[in-house]
Design a protein around this ligand. Structure first.
Ligand SMILES: Cc1ncc(COP(=O)(O)O)c(C=O)c1O
Length: 396
């Protein structure tokens, strides 16, 4: 049987129309198919390959760690240098109170841990998130997602969850002294890149302070340089109580984390002890890769020209079929009139060697989130292919 047949028969499918692209190798911003096709990756494995595929320093860090040890013991028992060094390096990127990191394997797991911590620390039960938010696929994170159609089939979910409208100052009144936490994306990703407006996040933080509610920022898509600053929230004049990250954090390896002041995190130590457990969370090889990723972003100054690169995309992606472009750094969405039009363009662009995608809760907008290492010439190449693909697929 071919790999494709094995994939279809034995790898669990979550839709009837997987892309079915078979990649032989990936390097930098390119992925290479079986028959020598080259794809320019404009989505970074959905926000993961911020430093590009197989960055040499990330590979080196992985090799070095493999030569020492892999898994030793469940999370939090042994002193493992890759964890300790990564936790310290994360702290150096953050306001000083965010000094304690709990490592997990993925974004949704990190969200689960953050929600539990907020409930445990505040002694409250109500949790608030936004309509059109995406926070993950496990049942706690799913409860917080803001799309009924994705949730309904899996009820009952978490009780005492309420949703407010992103960017709606009026809705902030719904946060009260009953609310343990508000979980929110700094920039909404799967909603199709919705950027906070009118000091929304500052007003949200004020309301949380008034009510003693913890503000949990989900920077799983925004973090590690994607928006042009190391963390997205740096651009909006706020500091979260708990910060959640994953995806781009691992440089291509699986890792997630939530970060909080030590005093808040200490709530997991008693009543019950081991308030949150994981076997593989903070895997030494993933932590080593993540530390190298963080250092690459800092030392190669990958955030320095993110805004310039985003501006070049905006300048070049002009076409009557493109209705609007929204972005925060290199987290970008190009809106078309409908899913049908967009899908035809995406399919054509793949044939022409450029990989894009749509968004879970915004299926008329093209996802553009390339590795931050993309060059000006590669941006020009990508935009030329997208414009040509629009003309070929749907015309002007
Ligand atoms: C904002 C946000 N939060 C959480 C998640 C869940 O992360 P993971 O897929 O690693 O569980 C995602 C994944 O797309 C995300 O974009």
């Amino acid at each position: 049987m071919s790999q494709r047949q094995l994939f279809l028969q034995h790898v669990a499918q979550t839709s009837d129309f997987p892309l079915m692209i078979e990649i032989e190798k990936a390097e930098g911003v390119y992925m290479y198919g079986q028959e020598g096709q080259r794809y320019l990756d404009l989505i970074s494995g959905i926000g993961v390959s911020n430093v590009g595929h197989r960055h040499p320093r990330v590979l080196q860090a992985i090799h070095d760690q493999l030569d020492k040890y892999m898994h030793l013991m469940v999370y939090g028992e042994f002193v493992q240098a890759p964890q300790a060094q990564l936790a310290h390096a994360l702290h150096t990127t953050l306001p000083k109170q965010l000094n304690n990191t709990y490592f997990l394997n993925s974004g949704t797991e990190a969200v689960e841990g953050a929600l539990k911590l907020a409930k445990r620390y505040t002694g409250r039960t109500e949790l608030i998130s936004c309509y059109n938010a995406y926070h993950g696929s496990t049942q706690g994170a799913l409860s917080m997602n803001g799309s009924e159609s994705f949730k309904n089939a899996f009820r009952p979910l978490l009780p005492d969850v309420r949703h407010i409208r992103y960017n709606a100052i009026e809705d902030l009144e719904q946060i009260t002294k009953r609310t343990a936490a508000v979980l929110i994306e700094t920039v909404q990703g799967e909603a199709g890149v919705r950027v906070p407006e009118n000091n929304y996040l500052q007003r949200l933080q004020e309301r949380c302070s008034q009510t003693g509610t913890l503000l949990i920022l989900d920077e799983i898509q925004c973090g590690f340089g994607r928006t042009g600053t190391f963390w997205g929230f740096e651009q909006f004049g706020i500091v979260p109580d708990i910060l959640v990250c994953a995806k781009g954090m691992g440089g291509g390896m699986p890792i997630g984390a939530f970060i909080a002041p030590q005093e808040i995190m200490a709530a997991f130590k008693t009543d019950p002890i081991l308030g949150h457990c994981t076997t593989f969370g903070g895997h030494p090889v993933s932590c080593a890769a993540s530390l190298a990723t963080l250092q690459v972003i800092q030392e190669e100054k990958l955030t320095a020209d993110v805004q310039q690169k985003a501006a070049l995309f905006r300048q070049l992606l002009v076409h009557p079929r493109i209705k609007e472009i929204r972005n925060c750094g290199l987290l970008m969405a190009a809106e078309f009139e409908s899913f049908e039009v967009l899908k035809a363009v995406i399919d054509r662009a793949i044939l022409n060697g450029v990989l894009t995608d749509w968004f879970l809760f915004c299926d008329n907008s093209m996802r553009i989130a390339p590795p931050l290492v993309i060059s000006e010439a590669q941006i020009r190449e990508a935009c030329e292919v997208i414009l040509r693909s629009i003309d070929e697929a749907v015309g002007a």
